[in-house]
Ligand binder design. Structure first.
Ligand SMILES: Nc1ncnc2c1ncn2[C@@H]1O[C@H](COP(=O)(O)OP(=O)(O)OP(=O)(O)O)[C@@H](O)[C@H]1O
Ligand SMILES: [Mg+2]
Length: 255
């Protein structure tokens, strides 16, 4: 299964959701790969403890190699890094990824990621792709390469307004490039059950027929702590309520 976690809005929980679902998947014995397409490298750092500046072998090499006709290539096995957890690997981002964007775009390399993901899907049971907060070459490559799209939603009025546009963009990618792409659902993140407005927003989305997933993720300081320690929740606080919600969400997605 190749799954992209996407929302053009920043800070809605894409990297947190990507890494925590991937860590749970790996814990359940599934061979799992996280592909980090965001030059900020938050997922790469969360899963390895290293910053993008500290990594030699990254997605930069993959995309740079897509632009070269013949030269010594680094094999994917060199670019994909192990983590300290069994079954969990990461293909790290690089801070300079954006410097390749114009060339990749002008030379029609938008299907290269898909080809690579399909090769990796022979090896990995689950592939999770983290995306930058933009509809750019990299996130479009991911929407073309994925089978499913998960949309984190942060219960904010601006996010609510942007949702129509976001779903429209995904529909357009499906129509033009990837008929297999399914919107798996909207994941409500940082839910504060006591607050009225977020609940009202979620109810409106459901009434309008949007595919809101039944498991909502609560807001907890444990998330920030787990980022700081580079330890996904299932390893940091396995019994916490938010960890339980992630486990439940993964099982809903696996049905
Ligand atoms: N359920 C949660 N509870 C508390 N804090 C959270 C939760 N989910 C995410 N956060 C925090 O919100 C911030 C943004 O989360 P994250 O980096 O996952 O979002 P993002 O969509 O990947 O952001 P960007 O668009 O910049 O890549 C982080 O500091 C993270 O720790
Ligand atoms: Mg992120």
């Amino acid at each position: 299964m190749i799954r992209v976690v996407f929302n053009q809005k920043g800070g809605v929980g894409k990297s947190s959701i990507t890494c925590n679902l991937a860590a749970i998947s790996a814990c359940q014995g599934l061979k799992t790969l996280v592909v980090d397409l965001d030059p900020q490298g938050n997922s790469s750092h969360y899963l390895t403890g290293k910053t993008v500046q500290e990594m030699d072998d990254t997605l930069f090499d993959f995309f740079e190699q897509c632009l070269m006709i013949s030269s010594q290539r680094k094999p994917m096995t060199q670019l994909i890094q192990p983590t300290q957890w069994d079954n969990l690997h990461v293909l790290p981002a690089h801070s300079e990824l954006e410097s390749l964007e114009a060339k990749l775009e002008s030379r029609y390399k938008i299907y290269k990621l898909k080809e690579m993901l399909q090769e990796q899907a022979e090896i990995y049971d689950q592939i999770f792709i983290d995306t930058p907060p933009a509809l750019n070459f990299f996130s479009r490559s991911a929407l073309i390469g994925a089978e499913r799209c998960l949309i984190p939603f942060d219960c904010d009025a601006f996010s609510r307004q942007a949702l129509g546009q976001l779903l429209g963009n995904i529909d357009e990618m499906r129509a033009d490039h990837n008929p297999d792409l399914q919107v798996e659902g909207i994941v409500v993140n940082q839910m504060q059950p006591q607050a009225k407005l977020p609940q009202q927003l979620v109810n409106e989305l459901i009434e309008e027929g949007h595919p809101v997933l039944p498991v909502h993720l609560m807001s907890s300081v444990k998330m920030r702590e787990s980022h700081q320690l580079s330890k996904p929740l299932v390893h940091y606080v396995p019994k916490h309520k938010l960890t339980g919600q992630f486990v439940e969400l993964f099982s809903v997605l696996s049905e």
